[in-house]
Design a protein around this ligand. Structure first.
Ligand SMILES: Nc1ncnc2c1ncn2[C@@H]1O[C@H](COP(=O)(O)OP(=O)(O)OP(=O)(O)O)[C@@H](O)[C@H]1O
Length: 251
């Protein structure tokens, strides 16, 4: 495997034995993930399983207690400036300047990248053209969510991390956002989700995370076969012993 990899392009994500401890709490307990360029990779788990912490370490936003991460062969900490140019991140809560309009925020984010999408294209992609002049604070929750997706994609990143992509969106808006993600054929997408229909539709492969560890990994069909389940939700319950909407109760 190693010799073959020396001659192939770098993995989009190569995370090795990631551990994150907060005092006595181990949030991530030895997660290794390999994602190939162009793959859409889903991370599924109950609340508090360690999904966000894992992607924050991949994005260079949180330093692992142990382990290492490479994004397109680069270290998100030591090669921070380069990684910023190739990685787009949409986290659960967008901390954006509320008094700027949607267009101003898009323009601000465009200025961070060498080859950004056109402003009108970005707004149209998430169907916010008619909200271009609306201040961020005055957008609805779903519109804020869609704007944060546009901002994650504005720099035409090679790797995109999306945390709870369509939570809070109505069914029509979810489908629109799915269409946008499906159009990203060149990019590698890491998708954290609770929504089984979303994962099944969009993801080539999925990792099930429970209590900071990967307990199963494969294509949605492989996971269903492994659990002898009809649906991904049933497979999740069978493999974790939990419902996907369970809360560990300590947050
Ligand atoms: N800064 C922190 N300090 C202490 N504990 C933390 C911190 N951040 C996260 N945790 C804990 O680590 C665990 C994993 O959290 P994380 O947010 O990664 O889970 P998650 O799978 O993304 O959950 P959710 O689906 O609710 O977003 C949780 O028990 C959480 O309470």
């Amino acid at each position: 495997m190693t010799s073959q990899r020396e001659h192939s392009p770098p993995l989009a994500i190569d995370a090795k034995h990631l551990v994150k401890r907060y005092k006595s709490k181990t949030a991530v307990d030895g997660i290794s993930l390999q994602v190939a360029p162009g793959e859409t990779f889903g991370i599924l788990g109950t609340n508090g399983a360690g999904k966000t912490t894992t992607v924050e370490m991949i994005a260079g936003l949180r330093k692992p207690t142990e382990g290492s991460v490479k994004v397109m062969g680069l270290d998100p900490f030591t090669d921070r400036a380069k990684v910023r140019q190739i990685l787009g991140v949409q986290l659960q809560q967008a901390y954006l300047h509320g008094s700027l309009t949607a267009r101003e925020l898009v323009n601000l984010y465009r200025s961070f990248y060498p080859n950004p999408l056109d402003t009108d294209t970005a707004l149209a992609m998430v169907e916010l053209t008619d909200k271009a002049k609306t201040k961020f604070d005055n957008l609805s929750g779903g519109q804020m969510q869609r704007l944060s997706i546009a901002l994650a994609l504005i720099g035409q990143p090679k790797v995109v991390i999306l945390d709870e992509l369509t939570t809070g969106l109505d069914p029509k808006a979810r489908r629109r956002v799915w269409g946008t993600i499906e159009s990203l054929t060149e990019q590698t997408v890491i998708l954290i989700s609770h929504a089984m229909d979303e994962v099944e539709r969009l993801c080539d492969r999925v990792a099930l995370i429970d209590a900071g560890r990967i307990i199963a990994q494969g294509t949605p069909d492989e996971l269903k076969a492994q659990a002898a389940a009809q649906t991904l939700e049933d497979a999740f319950v069978a493999l974790t012993g939990k419902d996907v909407h369970d809360d560990e109760g300590d947050e």
